[in-house]
Ligand binder design. Structure first.
Ligand code: ACO
Length: 440
């Protein structure tokens, strides 16, 4: 934020002969934006920007993303370096607190998280109230929202100690909440967290252990899970993060804001795409592997089908996360001795789409979700838990944005405008006269 500067050049807007000038701000990576904060006050005009495709809603120092060149950096560090060298908790610390932790900072962060993984027994009873076939994203969003009722003395977004404790609680409890939603759905007993296991091992144990058997953590699974969570940890102002910021801008507490982010992530055009990709690959497989047919279907404008895992609002080049995951797929599957026919279908689909003029012209490349589902399947994570895994990964990013927004003295409540396109002045018609009006 501090590196953003106002340039001497100005943008000029001329409407009906009236001229207005607006400052141009430049970010630390030289992206320029027109600061239109004074637009309405000066001209009575507003802007219209469907899907916010051209609108920055904030200045942020967390993640840099250049969609044309396929660059992604957390706090300035390339995603490739983090994927190769770091683990999910270290990346979480980096995103939330702005720097890589010293050994002391890391151990303290990890220890605090480990000590907060238990859920209150009263909260665990909530799981009995959901139908067995409830989607785990619905359960995740509901339980995160419900947690706030257990910590009513810690919800003030302006109190640093309360915020720090809420951050630890959420980071610690989200994997427990997620694993319990899975255990409920399959009717198995819930497994309490184990404090001598690291973050990812503990999650895998809560997911897959049963009380009647010893559970052995598979190091290759832990490594793959760390990678997936790192790659999902932040992606600047995407739909769910913007949702978290918008909710938080009303000074709603962290749990309420994150619960909203989870629900925004659920949609198939956002986090739900990883589930949709695997379902699509299964469908292609069950249809005899005819990749061309599905490519043609996705190009046909009269057919709502889209190639899931392809395209991105910001990347008009390779999504760097998809590149990392494509390489990881081969390695992970080989290491754990699994072969998956869906991987061959995915590779063939990617190759054909990348050579197809439709995808080339529209700059549609595989996104992070194209390969993530194949690795999750290899880790035995069920398909309807994929988006939950994405939420666990995205949590530190949501927290970092919520915290940054709350710490920024210039933050205002988010309140977009609209261009009204409805009826002009119209009058109330008593109910018994309404049909008559229609007939008239
Ligand atoms: N398959 C076929 N055509 C596509 C695809 C696709 N996957 N994605 C975009 N297009 C086409 C659109 O039909 C549109 O064509 P048109 O210009 O002829 O109308 C053009 O490409 C531009 O697409 P938009 O939908 O306008 O682009 P937008 O930026 O709004 O959408 C999105 C981006 C939602 C990701 C889109 O590409 C999509 O639906 N992809 C499939 C779902 C998906 O993989 N989502 C995951 C996103 S990554 C994430 O959230 C982690």
């Amino acid at each position: 934020i501090t590196k953003e500067r106002t340039m001497s050049k100005k943008a000029k807007l001329i409407v009906d002969g009236e001229e207005y000038e607006f400052p141009i701000v430049e970010g630390s990576e030289q992206e320029k934006g027109i600061d239109i904060s004074s637009l309405r006050a000066e001209s009575k005009l507003i802007t219209l920007d469907n899907g916010f495709a051209n609108t920055s809603t904030c200045q942020s120092g967390i993640t840099f993303l250049n969609g044309e060149e396929g660059i992604l950096r957390y706090r300035g560090i390339p995603i490739e370096e983090l994927a190769a060298n770091s683990n999910f908790l270290e990346v979480s610390y980096l995103l939330i607190y702005g720097n890589l932790p010293t050994p002391e900072e890391y151990h303290s962060f990890e220890k605090q998280i480990t000590e907060h993984t238990l859920l209150r027994e009263d909260l665990i009873k909530f799981y009995d109230g959901f139908p067995r076939d409830a989607h785990p994203m619905a359960v995740l969003g509901s339980i995160v929202s419900a947690i706030s009722t257990f910590y009513q003395d810690g919800l003030d977004p302006k109190n640093k100690d309360q915020v720090d404790l809420s951050i630890i609680r959420l980071m610690a409890k989200l994997p427990t909440i997620a694993a319990y939603s899975y255990k409920t759905s399959i009717g198995q007993p819930k497994i309490y967290p184990t404090n001598d296991l690291d973050y990812c091992s503990n999650f895998l144990k809560m997911m897959f252990a049963v009380p009647s058997e010893e559970y052995e953590v598979v190091p290759e699974f832990v490594e793959a899970l760390n990678l997936l969570l790192i790659l999902h940890a932040d992606h600047e102002q995407n739909c769910s993060t913007s949702t978290v910021r918008l909710i938080g801008s009303s000074q709603a507490n962290l749990y309420a804001s994150i619960s909203g982010g989870i629900n925004a992530l659920w949609g198939p055009l956002h986090g739900g795409a990883n589930q949709a990709v695997i379902e699509m690959l299964h469908e292609i497989h069950d249809n005899g592997g005819d990749v061309d047919k599905f490519i043609e279907m996705s190009k046909d404008k009269s057919n709502p089908f889209r190639l899931m895992g392809f395209g991105h609002r910001v990347y008009k080049n390779f999504d760097p996360r998809a590149k990392i995951l494509k390489d990881a797929c081969d390695k992970v599957l080989e290491k754990i001795g699994v072969s998956d026919p869906l991987l061959d279908i995915a590779k063939s689909l990617e190759e054909k789409a990348l050579n197809d003029p439709y995808f080339q012209e529209k700059k549609l490349y595989p996104n992070v979700d194209f390969y993530s589902g194949i690795i999750y399947s290899a880790l035995k994570i069920p398909t309807d838990m994929f988006t939950v895994m994405f939420a666990i990964g995205r949590l530190p990013g949501w927290i970092a944005h919520w915290k940054e927004m709350n710490e920024n003295k210039g933050t205002k409540i988010g309140r977009p405008r609209q261009i009204y396109s409805g009826e002009n002045l119209n009058h109330y018609v008593p109910m018994n006269q309404r049909d008559k009006k229609k007939a008239a």
